[in-house]
Design a protein around this ligand. Structure first.
Ligand code: HEC
Length: 195
């Protein structure tokens, strides 16, 4: 299996395990996330936003409880076709924010201790409803701690509060294409909030 397939399976498992009880309220009229308009996305977030933090925090994870207090890096959630077609929004911690918000493309070296947290919302086409998707994380380790992943530790929290389990390579095999950007994908340009 290639890493994309593994990632898709992981996300699917996380969704099934974690969100079955939470889907009732946030109805959507389209089933393909690419068909959502900006106002659809705003309405979905209005409905599900608070529930996301509650879901991620169920296991007591500190990042889950705190990331909404970090710096938001985009004006709204977007669907870009990765991360399981989720509606994605990334937050940067204080160590990461200044460099991240430059969205620089060459020679980027993120400071040790940088953390990025990407929350996600999924569209459940069977239920015509938005659901909480996984929170994915990247943490910059000490230089030399993990050469095969550019010293990043990939992590994630399922919507039931449990950690996601995956091979580091399943994330880095995709992120490694952004070598000049210290392996960061960045939000799409039209929604970036620069500093
Ligand atoms: C198929 C490619 C792909 C795979 C596999 C992938 N990502 Fe990403 N990731 C992206 C893209 C593209 C972005 C930027 C998308 C956006 O912000 O809208 C991104 C962004 C992120 C961010 C926000 C920081 C940044 O890069 O700007 C985190 C955190 C993240 N991914 C974690 C993970 C984790 C953890 C995994 C493995 C479980 C993973 N990713 C697997 C493509 C991928």
């Amino acid at each position: 299996m290639n890493s994309l397939v593994i990632f898709a399976v992981l996300i699917a498992v996380a969704i099934i395990a974690g969100t079955t009880a939470q889907a009732q309220d946030c109805q959507v009229s389209v089933t393909d996330p690419f068909d959502l308009t900006e106002s659809d996305i705003a309405r979905i977030y209005d409905c599900i936003g608070d529930r996301m933090v509650a879901a991620y925090s169920k296991g007591g994870d500190t990042v889950a409880k705190n990331y909404r207090g970090w710096t938001v890096t985009a004006t709204r959630h977007v669907v870009d076709g990765t991360h399981g077609n989720g509606l994605l929004l990334t937050y940067a911690n204080d160590i990461a924010a200044e460099q991240y918000l430059k969205f620089a493309e060459q020679g980027v070296v993120m400071p040790v201790g940088s953390q990025l947290a990407k929350e996600s919302i999924r569209i459940n086409a069977t239920k015509n409803a938005a659901e909480v998707g996984p929170l994915t994380l990247m943490t910059k380790l000490e230089t030399g701690a993990s050469p095969e992943t550019g010293d990043w530790l990939y992590g994630g929290i399922q919507p039931n509060g449990d950690p996601m389990r995956f091979q580091q390579a399943s994330c880095h095999d995709c992120h490694k294409i952004w070598e000049g950007q210290d392996y960061l994908g960045y939000p799409i340009e039209e929604v970036r909030i620069g500093n």
